[in-house]
Design a protein around this ligand. Sequence first.
Ligand SMILES: Cc1cc2nc3c(=O)[nH]c(=O)nc-3n(C[C@H](O)[C@H](O)[C@H](O)COP(=O)(O)OP(=O)(O)OC[C@H]3O[C@@H](n4cnc5c(N)ncnc54)[C@H](O)[C@@H]3O)c2cc1C
Length: 267
Amino acid sequence: MYDIAVIGTGPAGISAAITALVRGKSVAVVSNPASESGLYKAERIDNYPGMPGVTGAELSEALISHARSLGAEIFTGKVQTILPNDDSIFVGYGMEMIEARALIFAPGVVRTSSFPGERELLGRGVSYCATCDGMLYRGKEVCAICLAADAAEEAEYLSSIGCNVFTTDSKKIAIGGENRVEWIEIEGQRRSCDGVFVLRDSVAPDVLVPGLELENNHIRTGASGETNIPGIFAAGDCTGTPYQVAKAVGEGQLAAFAAVKYLDAQK
Ligand SMILES: Cc1cc2nc3c(=O)[nH]c(=O)nc-3n(C[C@H](O)[C@H](O)[C@H](O)COP(=O)(O)OP(=O)(O)OC[C@H]3O[C@@H](n4cnc5c(N)ncnc54)[C@H](O)[C@@H]3O)c2cc1C
């Protein structure tokens, strides 16, 4: 079990990991590949103190290697499940799961809009995780909505285990059914199906953690990054504007201090 799990290898997550490591905590970071993040693609960052003209890729790589050099364990994958328990939190990505005593969310800007019917039918035919739920749909008709870089791979996995898969990358979607998914409408064309896999790069934080409070589509936090759920903290773009590296780094540090304090108070 780790002391702290961090979601995201952007400036907020890495800053949080560095501070927690320096404070003697064990840290696991789970993130999509850094090379797919917005920061990595930034041509030039001119307003991060001390590093004028650094490219997004250079900054991203420097951050990650700094955290690694201090002992951070960094796992690549999309976090699809978070299960808070009495005294620990399980974080699931792909087929893997890690357990930590506290969690720092730093997933960057997460678009929280969803398709009509998606949230209502979540767990009743709508899924975000082919690996977790695919087996439930063997021999059944499923739609894979491919909106993430690895979505085609996930759709192929569904086919390989015996699901009858059709794919779309349309964003004009509606999902419906009485008590569970019965149909999907793509660009106004309705088609029956038993399951819909919505394969995005990220999952809205309040879907990952039911009950997590948002405010204007950002995670609602106190001054030190604490959310409304004990043991869960947030930092960076996910907490609100300005979307800037320096703000993300500062918030990551504050969230780590708060998480360390929380853990020390549990002893
Ligand atoms: C093109 C561009 C240029 C920019 N230029 C500047 C600039 O000049 N100056 C400046 O200060 N800022 C700039 N920014 C903004 C800056 O990049 C962000 O404010 C900063 O990166 C936010 O850091 P973060 O750690 O909160 O999130 P991010 O850097 O977005 O990192 C979050 C990471 O978490 C991952 N993630 C999300 N959800 C999940 C999940 N469910 N499971 C696993 N991983 C997940 C993401 O894929 C990403 O890798 C720019 C942004 C872009 C896109």
